[in-house]
Design a protein around this ligand. Sequence first.
Ligand SMILES: [Zn+2]
Length: 286
Amino acid sequence: MAIFDAMASNPMLLMVFVTVLGLLVGSFLNVVALRLPQMMEAAWKRDSRSLLELPADENAKVISLTSPPSSCASCGGRIRAWHNVPVVSWILLRGRCAYCSAAISPQYPLVEFVCGVMSAVCVWRFGWSPQLAAALVLSWALLVLTVIDLREHLLPDDITLPLMWLGLVLSIFEIFTNAHSSIAGAAFGYLSLWLIYHAFRLATGKEGMGYGDFKLLAALGAWFGAASLPMILLLSSVVGAAVGIVLIVFRGRERGSAIAFGPYLAGAGWITLIWGSAIGRLMLPH
Ligand SMILES: [Zn+2]
């Protein structure tokens, strides 16, 4: 296709195209982050009622990623296409609903902006290559997992498990690592957090993370291989410690209060994606 040929030969065009694509995907990720947990809750309720042999709830709202159409949470006004231009609409509307002027969370433009920036960084790092396509998918998945975990303390299997399978499949083509190291990475990724979780629970009686975290590290292990796991765990604790200190300083958050671990793992996974080989060279000089 002509457009692909043009992007392959013109880095600037590629950068602009992928950044705009990233902004649009960010807008979609907002929808996923809002609705996927609601869809999961509705499914749990349906399953529980059927398990208890209760009749199905006739009034249960049917919700999917595409229906009902997006509307204002305050007044129910339909969100039109021009209200939905990533970042720009929020600024033009000054963060308020076009109908009722209720405040719209800055989360929406922030996720769009971050998604655009992450996508642009992937172009800068990988250029026109198979790695770029894979890196974009991983970046978007890690971003939406972060938003969902921050909001709901939840890492949906619907995202973590396909992400792991995709990492395993990509290893056949040696996109980031080979199949041998990918399979070992998935297994040891899951197992290492599982062990830390049970050791932590035995030692303190508290649960420091959830099974979603194990699956996310399994996915990252599948993408980058078993050898990357120590670096990912180290990076996630560095990111976690940095964020924790900032929170304690600015919010006086009490130590030991629950902070979702998923965002740190996702952050470490993304740093590994972009700078992993550079960090690896620093840690293991040849
Ligand atoms: Zn409204």
